[in-house]
Design a protein around this ligand. Structure first.
Ligand SMILES: Cc1ncc(C[n+]2csc(CCOP(=O)(O)OP(=O)(O)O)c2C)c(N)n1
Ligand SMILES: [Mg+2]
Length: 558
């Protein structure tokens, strides 16, 4: 589709003026052509200020601070398996300085965003101490460019979208010096960029099949790549074919139904006992769509007496932190389908490995013993409320077909990861590496924008809400009815740092629905009320007054 060259403006006297399209309009129209539905960030940036995005049919959303804008876009990208690549914009100078965190988070979690920070005018762009996005965003983006020539608008943004959509998806940054926004842009036809998938080397598939067929106990470990490739079905097929238990990373949580008899749950700083048991029992561990990054928030794959197979779409992760025995590069869906075909062809009708009953019985036995050990805590009726009781009530009250959940850094993550069971693909947006407090609020706002029919719930501590909480007002103003759950223990529990605040009152004062819950017997009812309120279109903040309880499920330390 070609772009119109002429922009029609009306002056205050209603006189029609025809002007050439400028760079701002050209960018806005490229965004529209690329299917961008939201431009999110903070002014000033001509894409907001001149109504350019809105006029092109892209909904502008102004947040209360830039970081949450990037987190919302990150949530949109991840809940759509990387298909919806949207745009971020902010002011030069302070806006760009304040946005680094959000873009860095998206980079670490492999979430695609096209970020369009304004820059200082070309004459000043390289003078000290002016902040240069071109220089400073390089470490937290897949590509960073500076648009200095209006003739290059089309090719520059084509590269940015192409980069963000393909391979390992991550942010692409285009800094636009503020004087460039207003320069005349030439006419051009714009064609939407495409997404491609790369398939695996057949030889690597054959070797991986050899190892999996020779194994006494193969275990699968699914990462976020399974979500990006929408490889949920072939993952289940391979697990059932091999009679192999399946764990996920925290980013991969919900890639495999956690109520499946072969599920081990998600690996994190706190994790189910059965996961730890089987990861160490496996003689072959196949990581699919995962980075195997060494982190406190993921598993430590044993590498000594077993075979480690690493499948990822990013060769840069292979042998990065752990030496693998075999690598299979490619899109997780294509890899899993190829493995199912290869193994299926080799075994023919003889598909019985004879371990399904033993494996599933052992999973159940270890899981039940673990849950029994935790039942006092999960069902505690103490006051202040034990935070695990809140998680247990969320787990039992929320409809798992409807929910999308996440938890913030700190104890909220460690309470939720093992004990909040998920059954539907992409019903949990976990995260894997370093994570900024307050990230989850934006993630759930993004999820809700993309999937308005879902109940989007974010669990955070009182430390976390301090970082991004004002963006609850954005949820109210922009009609994004999420449920923010605050576990208020009046401190950062693992840091012995006290805080104060009445967050339910805060939510009410922002125009949302807020409720403070002190009695454990009221937890479930409050959750039900919250779901109803969001169905009526009102964002909710549930503030539970919780005990300063920090015990984690750490089977490796038992
Ligand atoms: C931006 C940022 N700074 C610091 C940290 C390190 N950090 C992780 S959890 C945490 C404390 C969280 O406190 P709170 O949200 O009150 O949860 P609690 O531990 O009390 O349950 C801190 C400081 C972080 N993750 N992000
Ligand atoms: Mg706290």
């Amino acid at each position: 589709m070609s772009l119109s060259l002429i922009k029609i403006n009306f002056t205050t006297r209603g006189v029609m003026i025809c002007s050439r399209m400028n760079v701002t309009d050209a960018i806005a129209k490229i965004l529209a052509e690329e299917g961008v539905e939201h431009l999110i960030g903070f002014p000033s940036n001509p894409l907001f200020d001149d109504d350019a995005a809105e006029e092109a049919g892209v909904r502008p959303i102004v947040v209360r601070q830039e970081r949450t804008g990037a987190h919302i876009l990150d949530g949109i990208a991840r809940i759509t398996s990387g298909e919806q690549v949207e745009a971020f914009a902010c002011q030069h100078g302070p806006g760009t300085e304040n946005s680094v965190g959000g873009i860095a988070q998206a980079y670490a979690e492999s979430a695609p965003i096209v970020a369009i920070p304004a820059g200082y005018s070309r004459a000043k762009t390289n003078t000290d101490p002016k902040f240069s996005s071109l220089i400073n965003y390089q470490a937290v983006s897949k590509t960073t460019e500076q648009l200095t020539d209006p003739d290059a608008v089309e090719e520059t943004f084509r590269r940015a979208f192409q980069t963000a959509r393909n391979g390992r998806q991550r942010p692409a940054v285009v800094e636009v010096p503020k004087d460039v926004f207003h320069l005349d842009a030439p006419d051009f036809d714009y064609e939407t960029t495409s997404s491609t998938r790369a398939g695996p080397d057949p030889h690597a598939i054959s070797e991986a099949a050899d190892a999996l067929l020779d194994a006494d106990l193969p275990v699968l470990y699914a990462g976020q790549g399974v979500h990006y490739a929408k490889a949920w079905e072939p993952l289940t097929e391979l697990a059932e074919l091999l009679e192999a238990p399946v764990a996920t990373s925290l980013n991969g949580k919900s890639a495999f139904p956690e109520d499946h008899p072969l599920s081990l749950g998600a690996g994190s700083k706190s994790e189910p006992r059965q996961l730890n048991h089987f990861i160490h029992e496996a003689d072959v561990l196949l990581g699919i769509g995962c980075s195997f990054t060494k982190t406190a928030y993921g598993i430590t794959p044993p590498t000594e007496d077993n075979t480690l197979i690493h499948s990822t779409n990013d060769p840069g992760d292979v042998d990065k932190d752990y030496k693998s025995d075999l690598a299979v590069i490619g899109d997780a869906k294509l890899v899993l389908e190829a493995l199912v075909d290869e193994i299926g062809n080799r075994v023919g009708d003889d598909t019985d490995f004879g371990r399904y009953d033993d494996v599933t019985a052992k999973i159940e036995e270890v899981e039940q013993a673990w849950l029994d050990d935790w039942s006092d805590v999960l069902e505690s009726d103490e006051t202040p409320i034990n935070p695990y009781r809140v998680v247990k009530e969320l787990d039992e009250t929320l409809d798992k077909d409807e929910v999308v959940a996440t938890a913030d850094a700190g104890n909220a993550r460690d309470f939720m990861a093992p004990f909040f069971e998920v059954t539907e693909p992409l019903s949990y947006l976990g995260w894997g590496k370093t994570t900024q407090l307050g990230y989850g609020l934006g993630l759930m706002m993004g999820a809700k924008l993309s999937k308005p029919e879902k109940t989007c719930v974010h669990v955070m501590g009182d430390g976390a809400i301090g970082m991004t909480g004002m963006d609850f007002e954005t949820a109210v103003r922009e009609d994004i009815p999420i449920i923010a759950v605050v576990l208020n223990n009046f401190e950062m529990a693992s840091y012995d740092t006290p805080f104060s605040g009445h967050y339910a009152d805060f939510a009410e004062s922002m125009g949302g629905y807020g409720e403070r819950i002190e009695d454990p017997d009221n937890v479930a009812d409050a959750i039900e009320r919250a779901v109803e309120k969001t169905k009526e279109g009102t964002p909710v903040l549930l503030e539970f007054l919780t005990a300063q309880y920090t015990k984690l499920s750490r089977p490796d330390l038992e």
